[in-house]
Design a protein around this ligand. Sequence first.
Ligand code: UD1
Length: 440
Amino acid sequence: MSYDSKIQIHQSQVIIPQHKMPHLLVEQSLKLEGTAKLFGAKNATLVIIISLLLTKGKSTLFNVPALEDTFSIIQLMNHLGVHTEFDIDQNILEVDTTFVQNAQIPFEIMNKCRASFLVMGALLARFNKAEVGLPGGCVIGERPIDYHIKNFEKMGVVFNEEKDILSGSVKELKHRNLLLEYPSVGATENLVLAAVLTEGTTKIINAALEPEVFDFIQVLKKMGAHITIEAPATLCVTGVKELKAIEYSIMYDRLEAGALLLAGAITGGYIDIPQAPAHSMGLFLTKLQEMGHTILIGKNGTGVKIKASKRTHPVTIKTAPYPSFPTDLQAPMTAALVLTQGTSKIQETVFENRLMHIKELIKMGAQAEIENSVAIIRGVQELYGTTVIASDIRASCALVLAGLAAQGTTIVTGIHHWKRGYQNLEKKLQQLGARIDLYE
Ligand code: UD1
């Protein structure tokens, strides 16, 4: 089959959504170039907003990304009686927790994002009880909450589940040695929230040590919490009587930085991200180098520049908790690997069911086989625009990246996921030279 006829076949599959279905329209955009700024990290922001429930007073957060998930958590806080003012142009959020009266959150509010369940630890700490709908979030595997529940129970909490509502209550939280079977980010954060006002020292063994967890711990320390780390991964939380309101600037988003660097990589461009937290992006940057791209890191581990190579090499990636390769950059990285000469291997170990973007990339001409949690990618020379569906936040990023390199027009639907995770990333890409538009 000649290339021309192949292009025709693929382009004819582009279906411009009827009834103005929200979508991202991406045209092939080669050699993106320029400097990009970052917003604050979503995964730090959500837990930090919730942690303010442990204080009484007015706090100010800077660098807060205006994302759908941020709005969902703000709605949750407002439901509890918290007063908020969000300047979305300046990314400044003021949160007044003086009058929190309510410890109940209905399913409709809880199920908008998964991080909502972190409210359990905070409400147990403040009120000794909580009644919440079961959490929602991306469709990436079952995403159970058993590690949270088992360890809250060790601290004395009694749970009752009826329909979609989970109630927890305790006379007084007890400090305990808590062991996580797996270093779950959410369970670590929830247990820390429950422990900071609990008398005595709670130990969380095999805790998650993601950079966003550290940012959250920084916030708690600024409030007056006592938290130390014992090697290799035990958080020791010694309860204090009260925590004070704070001012804090959220860390820059390493996942947004990753998306922008990959936009440079996949289009053969040159991109400078002066705020990128390179010190917490180690293995991801190493893999970009292994692919053949030139990576320059700024002084003190802040700032990354990428000068993309035209001839790239295949790599092997295995996702795992920090400091291994982040699961949240697996899908975006896959978009670059489908265009890399040779055979790459991707193993997803954090979430089952998180290779759904690959089926969409195959629609664009990628060659890949998936067996259980492993994908074997055989690099192709071209991708072709078509209509694809984003199944989660990071899949939406992968499909946009693929669209930048694909011949013709790519339509990405399921863009509520994009808006949950990236603030105006399409505009940042436009400024770097991308032809991309968001239609809502
Ligand atoms: C957080 C991040 C998400 C990231 C993930 C892993 C936020 C808001 N989200 O999600 O972007 O992809 O960390 O880095 O910070 N598990 C259980 N039982 C539990 C809890 C988790 O089996 O009680 C499993 C999960 O199904 C998953 C694994 O543990 O397979 C890791 O999940 P976890 O680290 O808890 O992810 P989240 O906190 O939901």
